[in-house]
Design a protein around this ligand. Structure first.
Ligand code: SF4
Length: 846
């Protein structure tokens, strides 16, 4: 076998010039140490190539795949490249080289590399000047994909093509290549039992992109699927809009059972509602106007609603009725008596769960999916999810976060205190007791009520002691809402654990006595119901006891323990550091899993999301199931958007001495922008501290600004901003994703600071120290940044500016990673603020 060493040479001459060539003269080119991250400053890269002449007569150089992978995927991810090569089953070298060309072109914004490739069939050393990226390479890839997918693509093109069924249903429909790519990719993954990650840009229409092949597979193969999303908004959009469109487009779907299931607390509990209405009448609430309205509303709504979902109460009703009151009347695990409930035949929750179990396609949220998998049981009532062949995880960039919190344990001070106190309140004077368990106590367990009251008081006192200590230590620091659990609290936690165990023992005692009573007496229906409630209470107390046990004994390399304050309420938390096993178990339950989002890759690598889910540690044969795709962008970012960084911005300082100067500098920029450029502007902060400090400077100018927190929650602020209410909105982290502001409803997006997680947060701190900044904090920030930027361009004719006020992009070594992760083609401009301002004005004049 005659092997010839060759080299592909990529020479970055300057920011605007690139040289690419090959040479057979190995002695004249040295393989350089490849930089950990792509870095133009290193200016020169040579990749060794190897051609086996007999087998591959092509003149093209054959590139060493593993070396090339290091260049293309600096963090070590080579799966995409392998998959790409496998898919097209042409010579590795040709393919790999082409991939390199495409990537270098995209990263650098050079397209003449493509032309040279086309015209000359090989590379010569040439200087290629700055030019815009064309879609030539993308088109060629799509042609190849079509060849590979053959028959199946024909079927999909009947739906997606220019004259496909979607064009007959959707007004103004235009076939979008990335959407077809998405459908082809999903179809392929379903057929080949893959765990497929797909990043699809905003505007791809990815829901329809995956729904078409999914519904085809369900319809044609008699299979079942579950779709999991992070937000209710997307669930509603799937059920109300996208699924009906796809059903129409593919036809013959009237027999498919499709269902949306939400968490238990979304559904009204009829038992509680009836009790509440009866109590209201008994204590004469009918005389009070607002109570009358409330009772009338409840009666009316109960006769109207089909699913008992309290979210479905319309906006108008919300103006008159305190819908929050309904929260007390929704189903809860500890109160539900299931088949012993007098309303079991009409119960919304049981009905919804039954439909969910029988459905062909079930839509749920991440938290419900994960908790059901964790507690999965084969016993009737408890198993909610139907056994399914396929799982689609939409908004997959948040799946690992939700998994961590679902697989952890929490004790909320308010909830636990109220719950334990409500079990029994023993009145010394009358010798009677009230509370959830009062029925038990009144009849036979008076002594237990007394003991339980004592224990619940002890629980309250000790928990308060821990939290008050933390309160004075940490809450003085503005903007901080978490504190690590400390070993010195273990004594108090042990006391709490002991108290809980006492409560559990009392309940177990009651459980035993009830069991005896049921066995020996005839009329026991009431006792059976009581017994069920006792069991529910024990389960809940057991969970808290488990949380306390782990807080005291959980190993620090397995668990992260911390205290958090949210809306003034403290809570205790424990999170599992490694969720790999749980995620693997979940993924193994499905033939194929699709994970999709607009933000999954960083510099063409999926290594961060796979490591978050622990898939990077899968054995090789399991890893073979993994697939990765990045779909081409829909928008022309080079024309539609610009990323601006003022070079004269102050550096951020947390400490007071530099903080004020920093805030003043941000405020000045915002003031001049708002007064000169009258465009819809969304300002995204990373903390309330920064937002409020800037606001106190800017609001003196008399601008009409909608402010998250001050003017309502995220949705309320966006509603006001979307209308004519205000031209500027200030928001914190919850506005960085999930909001849709197309067209002129958002034209300038300001990133005040790069959205790094707070390093003082114990969970962030722990994971960062274990995985390292480059593998944890940085990629998390990049994905959040991409989400934030994704708010700006939502339609083909949108235009907008991203103004980044964080000069770390210019000064820190990771600035390059930030720039390279911007949407493909988006121009970047660095200039002094005055010049930036002129650029913004000119940009909107064009
Ligand atoms: S079965 Fe449970 S949720 Fe349903 S009405 Fe009865 S108690 Fe409420």
């Amino acid at each position: 076998m005659n092997c010839i060493d060759e080299f592909v040479v990529v020479n970055f001459l300057s920011d605007d010039e690139i040289e690419i060539g090959t040479t057979k003269r190995a002695d004249r080119v040295h393989i350089l140490d490849l930089p950990a991250h792509f870095d133009r400053a290193s200016s020169f890269l040579a990749v060794r190539s190897r051609r086996e002449e007999k087998r591959l007569p092509s003149k093209l150089p054959i590139v060493d795949i593993s070396l090339l992978s290091v260049f293309i995927f600096p963090t070590g991810e080579s799966a995409i490249l392998k998959e790409y090569i496998d898919d097209f089953s042409i010579s590795n070298g040709e393919n790999a080289l082409e991939y390199l060309i495409t990537h270098v072109s995209k990263k650098s914004g050079f397209d003449r590399i493509e032309e040279l490739w086309e015209r000359e069939g090989r590379f010569e050393s040439k200087i290629i000047s700055n030019a815009l990226l064309t879609r030539a390479s993308v088109t060629r890839i799509e042609e190849k994909e079509n060849k590979v997918m053959g028959k199946r693509v024909t079927k999909l093109s009947n739906v997606f093509g220019d004259n496909g069924t979607l064009s007959q249903i959707l007004k103004g429909y235009e076939a979008r290549m990335p959407q077809m790519d998405m459908a082809g990719c999903v179809s392929d993954a379903l057929v080949n039992d893959r765990v497929q990650f797909i990043e699809a840009d905003t505007g791809t229409g990815k829901s329809i992109g995956y729904l078409v092949p999914l519904l085809l597979a369900i319809r044609d193969n008699d299979s079942k699927a579950i779709i999991s999303t992070k937000t209710k908004v997307l669930q509603d959009q799937l059920i109300d809009k996208d699924i009906p469109i796809v059903k129409d487009a593919i036809g013959n779907t009237s027999n498919l059972k499709i269902h949306l299931l939400k968490g238990r607390s979304n559904y009204l509990c009829l038992l509680k509602a009836m009790n509440s209405m009866n109590e209201g009448r008994q204590i004469g609430l009918e005389g009070d106007v607002s109570s009358q309205m409330w009772l009338a509303f409840l009666e009316r709504w109960l006769s109207d609603t089909k699913d008992g979902d309290i979210q479905s109460i319309n906006e108008r009703a919300r103006d008159y009725i305190d819908v929050n009151k309904l929260r007390f009347l929704t189903s809860s695990k500890e109160d539900c008596i299931g088949r012993y409930c007098p309303f079991k035949d009409r119960c919304f929750l049981l009905k919804e769960r039954q439909e969910a179990r029988n459905s062909d396609l079930l839509v749920v949220n991440h938290s419900l999916l994960l908790s059901e998998h964790v507690m999965r049981s084969d016993t009737d009532d408890l198993c909610i999810l139907p056994p399914a062949d396929y799982l689609v995880v939409d908004e997959a960039h948040r799946f690992a976060d939700v998994a961590m919190s679902t697989l952890g344990h929490d004790i909320s001070y308010k909830e636990s205190k109220n719950f334990i106190n409500s079990l029994a309140i023993f009145d010394e004077k009358t010798g009677r007791s009230k509370g959830i368990m009062s029925e038990c106590f009144l009849s036979i367990f008076g002594k237990d009520a007394k003991k339980l009251t004592r224990e619940s008081e002890r629980f309250d006192t000790v928990l308060k002691r821990i939290l008050e200590r933390e309160d004075t230590l940490f809450r003085g620091i503005e903007g901080e809402n978490t504190a690590p659990w400390k070993v010195q609290y273990n004594d108090m936690a042990e006391e709490l654990e002991l108290t809980l165990k006492e409560c559990i023992d009392i309940m177990i005692n009651i459980e035993g006595k009830l069991d005896d009573k049921i066995e020996n007496e005839v009329n026991t229906e009431n006792d059976v119901v009581l017994l069920l409630r006792v069991k529910n209470v024990i389960e809940k107390l057991d969970n808290w006891a488990e949380c306390l046990h782990l807080l005291i004994n959980g190993e620090d390399n397995v668990w992260v323990k911390y205290i958090e304050w949210r809306e003034g309420e403290p809570s205790l938390h424990i999170r599992k550091i490694d969720i790999a096993e749980d995620i693997s178990d979940i993924f193994d339950s499905y033939r194929s899993v699709i994970l999709t989002s607009a933000t999954l890759n960083i510099n063409s690598s999926f290594s961060f999301v796979t490591s978050q889910l622990g898939l990077d540690r899968w054995e090789e044969d399991r890893k073979a199931r993994l697939g990765f795709s990045i779909l081409p962008p829909v928008f022309n970012y080079s024309k539609q958007a610009l990323f601006l960084i003022p070079s004269d911005i102050e550096e951020y300082h947390y400490e007071e001495w530099g903080y004020e100067r920093y805030i003043t500098s941000i405020s000045r920029i915002l003031t001049s922008l708002i007064s000169k450029v009258h465009r819809k502007t969304l300002v995204l902060f990373t903390s309330y501290r920064d937002m409020n400090a800037v606001l106190s400077n800017v609001e003196n100018e008399g601008y009409n600004i909608s402010v998250q927190g001050k003017d309502g929650n995220a949705q309320e602020v966006i509603a006001k901003f979307r209308g004519t209410g205000s031209n500027v909105a200030f928001g914190v982290k919850s506005l960085w994703e999930g909001i849709d502001l197309p067209g002129s409803s958002l034209e300038i997006l300001i990133i005040v600071k790069l959205p790094f997680d707070n390093p003082r947060n114990p969970l962030t701190n722990k994971l960062n120290s274990l995985k390292g900044f480059g593998n944890y904090m940085l990629p998390r920030m990049i994905l959040d940044l991409k989400q934030g930027i994704g708010r700006l361009i939502r339609k083909l004719d949108d235009k907008g500016i991203v103004l980044c006020l964080d000069n770390r992009v210019l000064k820190k070594s990771y600035g390059n990673v930030v720039i390279h992760s911007l949407p493909e083609g988006m121009g970047v401009k660095v200039a002094r603020w005055k010049k930036c301002l002129r650029t913004i004005e000119d940009f909107f004049k064009e």
